[in-house]
Design a protein around this ligand. Structure first.
Ligand SMILES: Nc1ncnc2c1ncn2[C@@H]1O[C@H](COP(=O)(O)OP(=O)(O)OP(=O)(O)O)[C@@H](O)[C@H]1O
Length: 232
């Protein structure tokens, strides 16, 4: 059970997430980010347990970052270092790698991806899309088994979406990916449609996306026409 803002959000929710690519869809406030935060150990349920690759997300929270990395909706909520190299290296220092060695590994990691020229760049001078790329690199260098992505493409232009998508799919990690753009998860093995904290549909991406789209269409059809709804 999880309460947020004094409201019960998840109650008796039981999920096993084993598929390589899992999408999360649903209206604003449905609980997508909250579910990702539970898996990442950033929120704790008031009752019940969250197990991540065999770890208890409450009692073994310190060990979670080696297993799971969460990319926040807003890169500025994630980034804490002034330069790209420091930010990417920070993941390794947090895992116990000495700072100097972590910086060197970060440089090598960027170099290997054709981004050696980014090493010393100030994060503050990067665009939103570039900052999101840095967040993803900072997660990937830690090689977690699972990547949790919270609307990773929300504010990106098309070329940035392609770049980031390529970067995401190039990794071998399990993906759990929340989005409002159904096409991004339609081909996934499994998609969960969350509705006010409950799982409304759970199945192959194309089926669940179609069911959600049809429901949204039904609700839109039931709305008064725009002109009627506008104030005089
Ligand atoms: N920091 C917070 N404090 C209190 N309540 C919160 C907080 N963040 C979210 N909530 C509430 O938890 C519920 C689920 O929010 P959540 O952010 O998980 O939804 P979401 O599906 O990710 O929405 P969106 O599509 O808008 O990102 C909502 O009712 C929201 O009001």
């Amino acid at each position: 059970m999880l309460e947020r803002g004094g409201q019960l959000l998840f109650d008796k929710l039981t999920l096993r997430l084993h598929e390589p690519r899992i999408g999360l869809i649903g209206d604003n406030g449905a609980g997508k980010s909250s579910l990702l935060r539970l898996i990442a150990g950033l929120e704790q349920p008031q009752s019940g347990t969250v197990r991540v690759h065999g770890l208890d997300a409450r009692r073994e929270r310190a060990a979670l970052p080696r297993q799971v990395g969460l990319m926040f909706q807003n890169p500025d909520d994630q980034i804490i270092c002034p330069t790209v190299e420091e930010e990417v290296g920070f993941t390794l220092s947090a895992q116990g790698v000495p700072r100097r060695q972590a910086r060197q590994q970060a440089r090598d990691f960027l170099q290997a991806r054709g981004l050696g020229h980014w090493s010393e760049r100030a994060i503050a001078e990067l665009s939103q899309g570039q900052r999101q790329q840095v967040c993803l690199l900072a997660l990937q260098i830690g090689r977690p088994a699972t990547l949790l992505l919270d609307e990773p493409f929300a504010s990106l232009d098309l070329p940035s979406q392609y770049r980031l998508s390529h970067q995401i799919l190039a990794g071998a990690q399990q993906l759990v990916f929340s989005t409002h753009v159904l096409d991004q998860v339609r081909g996934f093995e499994r998609v969960l449609w969350l509705d006010r904290g409950r799982v409304r549909e759970d199945g192959p991406g194309h089926e669940v996306c179609d069911a959600y789209r049809a429901d949204v269409q039904r609700r839109a059809d039931a709305m008064p026409a725009c002109m009627d709804a506008l104030p005089c």
